[in-house]
Design a protein around this ligand. Structure first.
Ligand code: AMP
Length: 218
């Protein structure tokens, strides 16, 4: 089963990706995580994409497709793939179709998670990340136990460079213009999910939908 998590930044795609990939033994690919890791390592890719990522602009489609191909080739033993933050343009979606056609496979379902911009803004401004283990916290809904330190590593939590008001507004605009058209591209495969609910309610809703979908395919 191959699934796409579609939705604006901060709607909870990354959080849900962790839960769903475990539940269905899917390999979760987050293009944002891959790009941030490269920036952290200051490698060739990192140098190319740093400005785009930190300013909330989209990295060129050809680079993204190349990353997706590599990640898929290296992880073929799973039950399928879960894409988080990809595709973000119609061009990327077409690129993914080519990859799947070559593998005689397909995108099965697209989970469209949505929430109001005010909720998204509040969530992103209160997001904190552990620079050691990558654990994601939210100061309001999922705070660390001790001040702003990671529960696991004890390190001081950090704020993503693109989680400031101005860049968030830009990312929302980029989503509206470049990514939202995918709701039409994938209209036959779309399952709509209310991302304003709690993490566990959203997860339950998604799991229920996916179980129903896979039962119907049998
Ligand atoms: P995310 O972690 O998904 O919020 O992505 C963070 C940033 O990485 C985005 O604002 C873009 O700059 C870049 N990025 C992640 N995924 C993609 C993608 N599929 N296409 C283009 N840029 C991307």
């Amino acid at each position: 089963m191959n699934i796409i998590l579609l939705g604006p930044p901060g709607v909870g795609k990354g959080t849900q990706a962790v839960i769903i990939s475990k539940e269905f033994n899917l390999y979760s690919i987050s293009t944002g995580d891959i790009l941030r890791e490269s920036i952290k390592n200051n490698d060739e890719l990192g140098k190319k994409v740093k400005n785009y990522v930190e300013n909330g602009a989209l990295v060129p489609d050809n680079l993204i497709i190349m990353l997706i191909n590599q990640a898929m080739n290296a992880n073929i033993s799973f039950n399928g793939f879960l894409f988080d933050g990809f595709p973000r343009t119609v061009q990327q979606a077409k690129g993914l179709d080519v990859i799947f056609t070559e593998r005689e496979n397909q995108v099965d379902t697209v989970l469209a998670i949505n929430a109001d911009n005010e909720i998204i803004m509040e969530r992103l401004l209160s997001r904190r990340i552990c620079p050691g283990c990558g654990m994601v916290y939210n100061l309001i809904t999922n705070p660390p136990r001790n001040g702003e330190k990671c529960d696991i590593c004890g390190l001081e939590l950090t704020i993503r460079k693109d989680d400031n008001r101005e860049t968030i507004l830009h990312r929302l605009e980029v989503y509206r213009k470049r990514t939202a058209p995918l709701l039409i591209y994938y209209k036959e495969k779309l399952i709509k999910v209310n991302g304003a609910e709690s993490v566990s309610d959203v997860a339950d809703n998604i799991i229920e939908n996916l179980v129903r979908y896979s039962n119907a395919r049998r």
